[in-house]
Write a protein that binds this ligand. Structure first.
Ligand SMILES: Cc1cc2nc3c(=O)[nH]c(=O)nc-3n(C[C@H](O)[C@H](O)[C@H](O)COP(=O)(O)OP(=O)(O)OC[C@H]3O[C@@H](n4cnc5c(N)ncnc54)[C@H](O)[C@@H]3O)c2cc1C
Length: 303
């Protein structure tokens, strides 16, 4: 099946690689190999790649920049469909269309230069538009749901395209309908407000400095591992439980920000999972609180 899919990808001029290290393509720098890695460069190309996988009965997984992902040590038996080259972006008045693979930081700069405000919260979040929509990514009081108007998707089971209104996306804190429905995000329309580029640039600079001050950017990670617990920061609970700096193998609760798990060298996904389990159990024991993971896994499993 892989051989015939490879031929079909080649016939469709879709760039394909074999046996790709997920550690090299995810921000955690953890994970074994994926059998196939395909990189379409358009929204049509994403649909076509998914169609080829379905026709050849090859499991596939859509990835943006891999900045919210823990990849399994055994890798992924199937095809990773990367949106990294699907980067079309059009500004029209206060409206913006961005394809799934557009980087959040790049988009924040583009709209700032166009004199549009409302997207500076995303500056410095190391993901793509697709990942941000699925996660409802946010920071510093802003989130993706605030500015999106429509999301364009592909349903790989039905083989059809559909457009979801903002309401249909069911956005919540770090959640969306895309975490429940098997849809591929192709791109989205955003609505922003006119703003002063100088002021927006200052705001983005401030956010980036806050990230540098608070986050352990010197080590590979997947960002905050747990969702915020209503009324408190999970990182505060982890800290109060005495787990700051706690380490299993090379997976460590960051000394700088207890909400992050960092890879201190050659961490494995098994070590990260063990560490998550210790943190959860300790928070439950001390505070009676069940904390929930924000990061996701490839292949998709419960964390
Ligand atoms: C240092 C650091 C700081 C971070 N700071 C923040 C922050 O301030 N706020 C915040 O919210 N997050 C933060 N994150 C987490 C992460 O950057 C965001 O969740 C981001 O939106 C993920 O985008 P991505 O493209 O990397 O998604 P990926 O990690 O590639 O994927 C995440 C999930 O989305 C799915 N997905 C991706 N693209 C698509 C698509 N086109 N269609 C369907 N499904 C798709 C994947 O299958 C996966 O389940 C941080 C991460 C790091 C490493």
């Amino acid at each position: 099946m892989i051989a015939s899919a490879l031929q079909a990808f080649q016939d469709a001029s879709l760039r394909t690689e074999r046996d790709v290290s997920l550690a090299e393509r995810t921000s955690f720098r953890i994970g074994g190999k994926a059998d196939l890695w395909v990189t379409p460069d358009s929204e049509d190309g994403i649909c076509l790649a998914a169609e080829i996988c379905t026709a050849n009965e090859i499991p596939f997984f859509v990835i943006g920049k891999g900045s919210n992902l823990l990849a399994d040590d055994d890798g992924f038996r199937g095809c990773v469909l990367s949106t990294e080259n699907c980067t079309e972006c059009r500004v029209n008045g206060t409206g913006v269309h961005a394809s799934a693979g557009v980087s959040l930081t790049g988009l924040a700069v583009t709209v700032c230069n166009a004199g549009l405000s409302g997207f500076s919260f995303a500056y410095g979040i190391p993901g793509t538009v697709g990942g941000a929509l699925l996660m409802n990514a946010g920071a510093y009081g802003g989130e993706t749901a605030d500015v999106v108007t429509s999301v364009f998707c592909y349903d790989p089971v039905e083989g059809t395209r559909l457009t979801l209104s903002r309401e249909a996306c069911e956005f919540g804190y770090r959640s969306s309908v895309f975490q429940k429905r098997n849809l591929i995000i192709l791109g989205a329309d955003f609505r922003l407000s006119p703003g002063n580029p100088e002021k927006i640039r200052e705001e983005m600079k401030d956010y980036l400095q806050r990230r540098k001050d608070k986050q352990p950017l010197e080590y590979p990670s997947a960002g905050s591992v747990f969702r915020r617990y209503p009324g408190t920061y999970t990182s505060k609970l982890i800290d109060e439980a005495g787990l700051r700096g706690f380490q299993i193998g090379d997976a460590q609760v960051s000394e700088k920000h207890a909400g992050f798990i960092v890879n201190r060298g050659h961490a494995t996904s098994a070590e990260v999972r063990q560490l998550i389990s210790v943190i959860r159990d300790e928070i439950k024991r001390r505070f009676g609180i069940d904390i929930v993971c924000e990061i996701r896994t490839i292949p998709q499993t419960e964390l």
